[in-house]
Structures are given as structure tokens and as C-alpha cells.
Design a binder for this molecule. Structure first.
Ligand code: 4AD
Ligand code: MG
Length: 432
């Protein structure tokens, strides 16, 4: 295997010869010196090419190479306290691996968002998307890590489904060999079945909603983490919500400092993200909204103005519980003490990032579910398997769904959830 040193590890190699394979990020020539900033995905290092220290043809190549061409640079690692990673490379050999055929379309100048979305495949090499994707990977790892350590079994949910779980207005229909089917809006119903086999389970995968809205929070394809706990209740769900979110944030703080810095994220705000998160009932939230422009009558659902106004009163994510039954999904369990509200909860992020998580206790009563399915005009045949769970000994369970892009968007301080996906899918975009 050819030598390939990671830029992130170069500080441990001072005085040694390293081979960096990456892309030219920036270039500046001053007389007999050519300064190449090279990035390799792990970081950026300055490679100093000195006339005379390399063959003339290599110096010329360094002086001419287009940004974003890929290169292999061999050199001695030198400590340099002024450099970003504390080191630079004195180059002894430079090979252009693949030169750009024209100037790289995405420059360091300001581009419009439309252009950057169209050129997403190339824009991914820029600093912000690089940092965001690193944080996203860390968040995914941390979420799984917490659940795996807590004894949950990962179960993969299907993507083709016969039924809707989150309303019929935003379903993506597909032609399944002549039969209608849908892209999954949630893996929840399947996790409810799996929890009856494995106890504590979770799925983590893509979900789909034909959202006609063009808000900064909505994607048509997004990833959701969905734990489901047999014998679980609302209190346990709220505790797991705050635990997984806090764990993901603390892992990012621990392992993604350069990324957060690249994103200009206020780290102090993230450091406050520790359990317990404030619990706010829907009723209390409505009280807080009284007399503000976001005031709504009891029974109406929260929109962005309500979420933002309530979360603005707190310095960390909050858990809003017991929403009115009539605005929530058919599977939510009404509070036996007050059937007009459900034993459900949303985790709402600060700073206008909105609902990161929704979940709660599942209705376990067969007759109640049959009634809800009829009331919402859902095709009962497609839910027979789900109703079977109640017919065949299913214990009550509880769980939730965490939206990955919204969570990453909040942790990174992004303008739009689409920035949290490598190739976002939105109302008007399926390219590239
Ligand atoms: O609140 P939702 O619709 O809940 C469910 O789907 C439940 N079945 C989950 C469960 O209990 N297993 O969606 C959960 C989360 C939201 O809080 C949000 O973060 C995210 O999924 N989400 C979206 N993210 C981006 N774009 C969209 N269109 C989203 N819709 C929901
Ligand atoms: Mg929700």
C-alpha cells in the first residue's frame, strides 16, 4: 500500500517524511517559493515548494496547478506555530494526480444558494459542507453509540410501505408492480412490531414526506432515528430524548472542534446542552404565549412561531408534552387522566431550529385504534398487521423519532436543514 499520511496526524510526525494525498485548496507563489494549501478530508496543511528543492518541472507544476486538482505531496514535516495544525510540509516531491480541465466552478467568492445547490457535487469540497458532514457523521455515531450501550437492538425498517402513519397529505406514491405503495414516512409501526420481539429497538434510515412547504426545516427525504421501548412510558421517552441529544452534542464538542470553528458555531451555547431539559406542557406553553403575536387558542397545533416563542424562554432544548389529541397522529395514546391530550412529547431546539424530535406512548387499545383509523378514513386493510400486534399480546410501548438533518442543522448553526444533507432533496430539487 502506498504511503498516505493523514493531515490531522501530521503534528505527531515532526521531522519525519510524510506523504499527503489530497486536493489543492489554495495557492500562492512568491518568487522562489510556492505555497500550496492541501486538504485531504482530515484537515488542511501548507506545503512549501522551493525552487531547487524539487525538479524544475515540479516547481512549474506547483505554480500552475489549478485549485481542486488532486496531488500527492512528499515532504518533511516542520513545526510551525503560526500554521493551523501547528505544522507545514517542506516539499521534496510533488505529483499532480488529476488536474482540473478548467478553473474550478465553485470559488471562494460568494455564490448564490441556487448555484451552490446545482453544483452540490463540487461544493461539497468547500469548508462549510466539509465541516457539516463531519459533524453529521459524529452525530450519527454518537446516537447509535448511546442506544447500543443502553441495550437497544438496531432493526432496519423497510422503505416501501403499504400504509401511512403520519397523515396521507404528504405521501410519496410509487407503482409497486401495478399495486400502490408508498415511500416510508416513518419506521415507527415496524419498530412497534420489532419491540415485541427484542424489547428495546431502534431504526435509523431515510424517510420521505412529499412536503409542499418550502421552509428551512422541511426536506422531502430525511433521516430519522426511531427508538421504540416495550413497556416504556412517556417519562422514559423524555429521559431518552434528552440523553441521546446531550450525548450527541457532547461527542461533537469533544471530537469536532475544528469543524465547529470552521462553521463559526457558538460553542458556549452547546456546552449548556445537558439533562435535564425543561418539561413544558402544551397548556403551560399556551400560557407563555398569551398576549404575544404567537398566541393561539387551545386545540390548535404549534407552528414555527409558537415553537420559537416558547423555546426562546430557555437556554437549551425543551420537552413540550401533552398536545391535544385531535391534532396528533392516530397512534398516540390519550392521557387516561385527560383524554383530550395525548401522552406525547416534542423536543424543541433553541434559536428557531424547531422540533427535533416527536414521540410518546402508543395507543394500545384495539377498539380505540380501529375507531381512529375509521375516523381518519385510513384504509383499514393496510393496517391489519399493525392491529394484529394488539390482538396478539403486545405490551404497551413508547418511542420517538429524531430528525437527523434538523438536529445537525441546530448543532452546526446552519441556515437551512438542507445544508445538513450531502445531497438534499427538497420540493424543487432532485439534482444532482
Ligand atoms: O414528528 P414526526 O412526524 O414523528 C414521526 O414520524 C413519528 N412516527 C416518530 C416516532 O415516534 N417513531 O417526525 C419526527 C421528526 C421531527 O421531529 C423532525 O425532526 C423530523 O422527524 N421531520 C423532518 N425533518 C425534515 N424534513 C421533514 N419534512 C420532516 N418531517 C419530520
Ligand atoms: Mg412531529
Amino acid at each position: 500500500m502506498a504511503q498516505r499520511d493523514s493531515i490531522r496526524d501530521l503534528a505527531q510526525k515532526v521531522g519525519q517524511t510524510a506523504v499527503v494525498r489530497g486536493w489543492v485548496y489554495h495557492r500562492r507563489t512568491a518568487g522562489k517559493l510556492c505555497f500550496l494549501e492541501v486538504r485531504d478530508g482530515s484537515g488542511v496543511v501548507q506545503a512549501v515548494v522551493k525552487k531547487g528543492a524539487v525538479p524544475d518541472a515540479q516547481f512549474e507544476a506547483a505554480d500552475k496547478v489549478r485549485l481542486e486538482s488532486s496531488v500527492a505531496v512528499t515532504g518533511t514535516v516542520r513545526a510551525d506555530p503560526r500554521a493551523a495544525g501547528g505544522v507545514e510540509l517542506s516539499v521534496s516531491d510533488l505529483q499532480v494526480v488529476s488536474a482540473c480541465v478548467a478553473d474550478f466552478p465553485v470559488g471562494k467568492k460568494e455564490h448564490g444558494i441556487g448555484f451552490l445547490m446545482e453544483e452540490r457535487h463540487l461544493y461539497l469540497r468547500s469548508r462549510r459542507p466539509w465541516a457539516t458532514l463531519r459533524v453529521r457523521a459524529e452525530v450519527e455515531r454518537a446516537l447509535r453509540e448511546w442506544l447500543d450501550a443502553a441495550g437497544y437492538t438496531a432493526v432496519d425498517a423497510p422503505i416501501f410501505t403499504p400504509s401511512a402513519a403520519e397523515g396521507t397529505a404528504n405521501l410519496f406514491r410509487v407503482d409497486y408492480f401495478g399495486e400502490p405503495a408508498f415511500l416510508s414516512q416513518t419506521g415507527q409501526l415496524y419498530m412497534e412490531a420489532a419491540a415485541q420481539s427484542l424489547g428495546k429497538v431502534y431504526c435509523f434510515g431515510p424517510t420521505f414526506r412529499a412536503e409542499k412547504s418550502k421552509t428551512r426545516r422541511h426536506l422531502t427525504e430525511f433521516w430519522m432515528l426511531e427508538p421504540e421501548i416495550a413497556f416504556g412510558d412517556l417519562d422514559e421517552v423524555m429521559s431518552v430524548m434528552e440523553s441521546v441529544v446531550s450525548h450527541a452534542v457532547s461527542r461533537v464538542l469533544e471530537r469536532c472542534r475544528p469543524e465547529l470553528e470552521a462553521l463559526g458555531r457558538d460553542v458556549a451555547a452547546l456546552e449548556r446542552v445537558k439533562p435535564p431539559f425543561p418539561r413544558v406542557s402544551y397548556d403551560d406553553a399556551l400560557e407563555m404565549l398569551k398576549g404575544t403575536p404567537a398566541e393561539i387558542p387551545w386545540g390548535e397545533d404549534f407552528g414555527a412561531p409558537q415553537e420559537d416563542a416558547v423555546s426562546a424562554k430557555f437556554d437549551r432544548p425543551i420537552l413540550v408534552h401533552r398536545f391535544p389529541t385531535k391534532i396528533k397522529a392516530f397512534y398516540m395514546k390519550p392521557d387516561p387522566a385527560r383524554p383530550e391530550v395525548v401522552l406525547g412529547c416534542d423536543c424543541v431546539a433553541p434559536d428557531g431550529y424547531g422540533e427535533l424530535i416527536g414521540g410518546g406512548e402508543r395507543a394500545s387499545d384495539l377498539a380505540y385504534l380501529e375507531h381512529k383509523i375509521a375516523e381518519e378514513n385510513l384504509p383499514k386493510a393496510a393496517y391489519e398487521w399493525y392491529l394484529d400486534l394488539r390482538r396478539y399480546g403486545a405490551c404497551p410501548s413508547a418511542g420517538f423519532g429524531l430528525g437527523l438533518e434538523r438536529t445537525v442543522s441546530w448543532i452546526c448553526g446552519l441556515d437551512h436543514a438542507r445544508e445538513a444533507a450531502a445531497f438534499p432533496r427538497t420540493l424543487h430539487r432532485v439534482y444532482p
